[in-house]
Design a protein around this ligand. Structure first.
Ligand SMILES: [Zn+2]
Length: 479
């Protein structure tokens, strides 16, 4: 199928031929692939609920949306922002940055030559706030506004969109906002499907969660040891949900089943293992009789802001170091060593995915871990700005008599023994959200400063040494 849509003078012809492969199985036809007159691919578009990404000869770009569902930012394959858009009331885009992306206001296509927006039945001229041709709908006698056959969304573009180009088929923005949020969420935590309903802490919640309604909103996290789907709270309502899947069970579900079947099977597995008590002690606690929950801080892209959560960053010898990656690397070393000692290990994430703070704690509570350890590295921001700070600090929640302080000091001591990092000791805090929500002894390790300690931290052997310190500290305090 092809739609002659754009003209250009640079080719010194009166027209430019573009071939479109369109998806007509949706409410509003959308373009999948675009070819030039020679049959070379120009753009390939990827869709979820809305447009997610564009593949061009220049690389891959992803779309991030604002609240009403208009394209707000474009990121390249590394997650860096390359362009952003703001709009006036009727949708004339203002671009900052560089992109040949044709989609912007309400995620609809703008012809780059004419500046007109393609809305299927008609073209919209956002600069005058009206269509350039008459609506084929003649309007209604008792609704005067409908008899102006050029106006857009009854002159109420703040609250409506018009993907059809006909006045009678307006959509209100509310659903666009929700689908925008879902789209961002799907785009950032991709590859994974899942499971609805809120999860709060405790077995009862798991039971009702399992038997409750399942909606396929969230996402699957396939990982080797522990599988976690996380949810997204948006505007007070929980859109996605959390789910703990256990072990390799998940892997087996992946291929032949539908998303809903996968969700149900995983939930059944959770229920079987956690709620019916048939999980053997060794499964729950390891042969050492301890279950440790590791929480590598940061990671992924926050679906509410569209911003990548890397934590602290620094550059050394041309290499950029991200705290989120160091945290995960450290946690994986800790996991390996703990498992070699027969300790059962759960992880909040084992990949570069985003998790909200309370989700991290709730998952730990649900698996009923004995110790919660969040792993971070510090940034040098704060006062005094000029001082180069160095060293390890281990935090624990204040006002709790549950052994958190003892785990913190044990870990702090063993890191000091096993590394050449300066020890800044332990510190209690009532401001660390992820610790406050936990129902077990909990610590947060700031393994070193991404600034002052970067040379030390850039050596894998040293990360391993920090990990060993964490392992010894946890194991000794759990005896
Ligand atoms: Zn951090």
């Amino acid at each position: 199928m092809f739609i002659p849509e754009s003209n250009t003078s640079t080719t010194r012809k009166d027209y430019e031929l573009t071939f479109y492969v369109n998806d007509i199985n949706t409410a509003y036809t959308r373009t999948l692939v675009e070819y030039d007159a020679n049959g070379s691919m120009v753009n390939t578009f990827e869709y979820g609920d809305t447009l997610l990404a564009r593949e061009t000869t220049g690389g891959r770009e992803s779309y991030l949306y604002d609240g009403r569902g208009s394209v707000a930012n474009i990121t390249d394959s590394s997650g860096a922002m390359v362009a952003s858009y703001t709009y006036d009331t009727f949708g004339t885009p203002k671009l900052s940055g560089m992109s040949t992306n044709p989609y912007s206001y309400n995620a609809e296509r703008i012809d780059r030559t004419t500046g007109l927006q393609y809305l299927r039945a008609r073209y919209l001229d956002t600069s005058v706030g009206g269509f350039i041709s008459q609506d084929t709908y003649l309007g209604e006698l008792l609704k005067p506004l409908t008899q102006n056959q050029y106006i857009y969304t009854m002159n109420d573009p703040m609250n409506h969109i018009d993907p059809s180009g006909h006045w009678g088929i307006l959509k209100s923005i509310g659903s666009a906002v929700v689908s925008g949020a879902k789209t961002v969420y799907n785009a950032t935590v991709s590859g994974i499907k899942a499971v609805g309903s809120a999860i709060s802490s405790g077995w009862n919640a798991v039971t009702s969660f399992v038997s409750g309604a399942i909606s396929t909103v969230g996402s699957w996290f396939g990982s080797t040891a522990t599988t976690i789907a996380t949810g997204l709270a948006y505007g007070g309502a929980i859109v996605g949900a959390g789910l703990i899947g256990v072990g390799a069970a998940i892997g087996a579900y992946v291929a032949p089943m539908t998303v809903t079947q996968k969700a149900q099977a995983a939930l059944a597995e959770v229920k079987r293992k956690f709620c019916t008590g048939d999980m053997k002690k060794a499964d729950k606690r390891g042969v050492a009789g301890i279950a440790v929950f590791l929480d590598p801080g940061h990671g992924g892209i926050n679906p509410l802001t569209g911003v990548r959560d890397t934590g602290a960053t620094n550059e050394r010898k041309g290499i950029t170091y991200y705290e989120s990656e160091l945290n995960l690397k450290t946690a994986l070393y800790v996991k390996e060593e703990l498992e070699s000692k027969g300790v059962k290990v759960y992880m909040s994430r084992s990949d570069d995915v985003f998790l909200f703070q309370d989700t991290r704690a709730k998952i730990a509570n649900v698996v009923n871990a004995d110790v919660f350890a969040s792993i971070h590295y510090n940034s040098n921001r704060g006062f005094p700005f000029t001082a180069v700070q160095k060293g390890t600090t281990v935090y624990y929640p204040s006002g709790r008599d549950d052994g958190s302080a003892a785990v913190a000091s044990s870990v702090s001591n063993s890191i000091q023994t096993g590394t050449s990092l300066k020890s800044k000791g332990t510190q209690s805090s009532d401001r660390i959200h992820v610790l406050n929500e936990t129902a077990m002894p909990a610590i947060l390790i700031e393994g070193g400063y991404m600034g002052g300690d970067i040379k030390y931290l850039s050596d894998d052997a040293n990360i391993k040494a920090i990990a060993s310190g964490i392992v010894q500290g946890i194991v000794q305090s759990s005896r």
